[in-house]
Design a protein around this ligand. Structure first.
Ligand code: PLP
Length: 453
């Protein structure tokens, strides 16, 4: 038995462990929260506190914690064949079976997958693949990829460059050449004189302006998340994606959907592009493919690109040791079958997603909340200084962080993106658990409001 106390863990952690997206120095003073176990939608820390995990870990534990099917699939595969690679014309049964299953659950243009170990690696593959595609088409000058400000596409050099987070670009000389950004479809942050739908068209047409500015013959692809997750659960107006599709079609540009968060049921369809009505040529996935139980990611390659890569490409000089890792793929298969068996996608669309929307609509009445947005099992509450005018708080007050601290202190894991409080709970959450979450959210909003007085 491990007899370390929380303080022991925290001291060792601060001495040796550099955490992602963390001010390293801050760990020495405050100490990390040590999560020790989980079940269903709940976590427990080393002090025995129970927490409702409204973020599904990091947007990934779609089927909830402790699912026996996934644990058994991993164990069995570890015993049978813990590792073999997919290089040099070899592969393993789980990699083949998962590829087959993915071809069934993704939109019809997808029949092929390229596996990676994570979403960031998947997006690196996207950059390599779209440029290779245009090389093979005899248009190597078509190399620019257009993305959006405040997008998140991962943390590798290519992922962070595709992403539009200024804080990330400031470190390490990013973005890498050939990646440019346009505005995001964030209506509430715009001047709001346009209706949502008008604004959606305007935001999408920024893509056409950028294409014309660069020259369509130089643009390889456009990439976007169906709903910007890490950017703050920004649900685009209904007009946005169809217009993006029209523009990509018109200029022959590849359309890439980053489904790392939105994939595997989160929006109420298997993939976010189905919810928003567009037809990507490539799709990045990760997280929900294994419900986060084990790392796995990849790229679904639509027939337009696959045909060229397969028939004309020769060797694609790209791949990862863990591409198609058999244990990860075995967990992916078990996870997808579980989502199918329990009808979780349908449940998000017709039952629990609408209930989350109703619950958030009621929270919109809180004096601190300027707007709410939900999409399937994702939601955002925009905290504002003045509810009537929608005036935002001074960023220096860090109101979102104040609220997040109250959430932690009251047994709720919610994330703050600026002053936007967001959730992405497991898809298995019950209505009673949504009610339980709403009580906690309301309490934390009240505490935040009191603290601001
Ligand atoms: N793309 C999106 C939309 C994401 O939200 C993330 C991670 O949050 C990534 C890519 C990167 O995935 P990973 O952290 O697995 O590298």
């Amino acid at each position: 038995m491990n007899t370390r106390t929380t303080k022991d863990w925290q001291a060792a952690d601060a001495s040796h462990h550099l955490h992602p997206f963390t001010d390293f120095k801050s760990l020495a003073g405050k100490g990390s929260r040590i999560i020790t176990r989980a079940d269903n939608i709940y976590l427990w820390d080393s002090e025995g506190h129970k927490l409702l995990d409204a973020m599904s870990g990091l947007w990934c534990v779609n089927v909830g914690y402790g699912r026996r099917e996934l644990i058994d699939a991993a164990t069995k595969q570890l015993e049978t064949l813990p590792f073999y690679n997919s290089f040099f014309q070899t592969t393993t049964p789980p990699a083949i079976e998962l590829a087959e299953l993915l071809a069934q659950v993704t939109p019809p243009q997808f029949k092929h997958v390229f596996f990676s170990g994570s979403g960031s690696e998947g997006n690196d593959t996207i950059v390599r693949m779209v440029r290779r595609y245009w090389d093979l088409k005899g248009q190597p000058e078509r190399s620019v990829i257009i993305s959006r400000h405040n997008a998140y596409h991962g943390s590798t050099m290519a992922g962070a460059s595709l992403g539009g987070m200024s804080g990330m670009h400031e470190q390490g000389g990013l973005p890498i050449p050939g990646i440019v950004h346009i505005e995001q479809p964030f209506w509430y942050e715009s001047d709001r004189r346009l209706s949502r739908d008008e604004f959606g068209l305007k935001a999408a047409r920024a893509l056409e302006q950028k294409i014309l500015e660069i020259g369509a013959d130089k643009v390889a692809a456009f990439i976007g998340e169906p709903v910007q997750g890490a950017g703050g659960v920004i649900v685009p107006p209904a007009t946005y994606w169809p217009e993006i599709q029209r523009i990509c079609d018109r200029h022959g540009i590849l359309l890439v959907s980053d489904e790392v968060i939105c994939g595997f049921g989160r929006t109420g369809q298997w993939f976010g592009c189905e919810t928003f009505g567009y037809r990507p040529d490539l799709m990045t996935f990760a997280k929900g493919v294994t419900s986060g139980y084990i790392p796995l990611g990849g790229v679904m390659v639509g027939e337009r690109v696959a045909k060229v890569l397969i028939e004309e490409g020769g060797e694609f000089a790209h791949g990862y040791t863990y591409s198609g890792h058999p244990v990860a793929c075995a967990v992916g298969i078990a996870n997808i079958k579980l989502i199918q068996r329990e009808g979780l996608v349908e449940r998000v669309r017709t039952e629990i997603g609408p209930y989350l929307a109703e619950t958030f609509a009621a929270l919109a009445e809180h004096p601190l909340v300027g707007e709410v947005q939900t999409c399937g099992m994702m939601g955002a509450l925009q905290l504002v200084k003045d509810k009537a005018s929608g005036e935002m708080f001074d960023g220096k007050l860090e109101v979102g962080m104040v609220c997040r601290a109250h959430c932690f202190g009251n047994g709720l894991i919610m994330r703050a993106v600026g002053d936007r409080m967001i959730v992405a709970p497991p898809l298995v959450m019950t209505k009673a658990q949504i009610d339980e979450m709403a009580v906690l959210i309301r309490k934390c909003l009240d505490l935040t409001q009191q603290e601001l007085k």
